[in-house]
Write a protein that binds this ligand. Structure first.
Ligand code: SF4
Ligand code: SF4
Ligand code: SF4
Length: 298
């Protein structure tokens, strides 16, 4: 994905327009999109939503004010007449492609794309692309970035260094804010992508996001899985990201409590080794039982 074929410097609306898009990806949607009731809409409306969605970068960044990603934004454009220029990473080419898709033929009437904090890339006409990179020496392995990633591009386990598969990262920046030690950097990616490859990449990203949502939904339904990998949909459904945080906080508290108990036990054992004392013996047994119970949940 980092070495793509050359694209024209003057990418037209037609270049980015997904002529051959079908509505197949609107079938079997993740539960997160059930509230859109897409399957109850007339076929031509479903197709229109699918075609608008196919114009979108599938970064799933939520910068269009749709935190659940590109498909809800596509639905809002078609069903609610929401302005079609709000996709920040898509820039003007995506705004123009949507305009064409929803039947705005005159370029004079096309809206100006929402501005990006990143400068416009001359080759694509879109904001410069970025990818996230973890400064691995600084990572404390807290796992907070994992649930934020919509495409499962981050790997790592608790208390171990995490890393990002750059090829999978969309540069959505959603993992930056949760990192407590600011060890995730964004690096600029310079690449030129052919229109064909861009459509293929967007289809792949869409599938990855939907697969991610379905997998996490299944994990939530599986009660035997006591600590599923948390994700955006989990946070959405159960506020489970904070639930996961609570689990680690509880573990941390238990660890501290156990350490305090061990100190008290050692002191008592020392005192009892010098002189027997029934009251202290009972206290010791109580503390030992408390420690055993804590250790069982650690
Ligand atoms: S890529 Fe564009 S349409 Fe998709 S979530 Fe981000 S801003 Fe919205
Ligand atoms: S690694 Fe970070 S920037 Fe990249 S896709 Fe995942 S959340 Fe977005
Ligand atoms: S949030 Fe930051 S510190 Fe925590 S695992 Fe991710 S990169 Fe490492």
């Amino acid at each position: 994905m980092m070495t793509d074929t050359k694209a024209s410097n003057t990418m037209s609306q037609t270049d980015t327009h997904p002529h051959n898009v079908t509505q197949t990806h609107l079938a079997d949607l993740p539960i997160l999109f059930e509230s859109l009731h897409i399957d109850t809409l007339p076929n031509d409306v479903q197709t229109k939503i699918a075609r608008v969605d196919a114009c979108l970068p599938q970064t799933q960044c939520g910068l269009c004010e749709h935190p659940d990603g590109c498909l809800p934004y596509a639905a809002a454009i078609v069903l609610e007449g929401e302005p079609y220029n709000k996709c920040v990473p898509g820039g003007q080419p995506v705004t123009d492609a949507i305009a064409q898709t929803i039947g705005i033929d005159s370029e004079d009437n096309t809206l100006t794309a929402a501005p990006s904090q990143w400068p416009i890339d001359m080759a694509s006409g879109r904001p410069t692309e970025v990818r996230a990179v973890i400064r691995e020496d600084d990572c404390i392995g807290c796992t907070k970035c994992i649930p934020a990633c919509p495409v499962d591009a981050i790997v790592g386990t608790g208390k171990h260094m995490h890393t990002i598969f750059t090829d999978l990262c969309t540069g959505c920046e959603l993992c930056i804010a949760p990192c407590p030690v600011d060890c995730i950097d964004l690096v600029v990616v310079e690449r030129e992508l052919s229109p064909f490859d861009r459509v293929a990449e967007q289809e792949d990203l869409r599938q990855r996001y939907h697969t991610h949502l379905k997998r996490v939904t299944e994990q939530l339904a599986d009660t035997s899985n006591s600590k599923p990998v948390v994700s955006m949909v989990e946070a959405k459904l159960n506020n489970a990201a904070s639930q996961s945080l609570n689990i680690s906080e509880a573990q941390a508290k238990n660890t501290i409590a156990a350490a305090k108990l061990r100190t008290k036990i050692k002191k008592l054992e020392k005192q009892l080794s010098v002189r027997a004392n029934d009251k202290k013996q009972m206290e010791l047994e109580g503390l030992q039982a408390e420690l055993d119970a804590l250790q069982a949940v650690l």
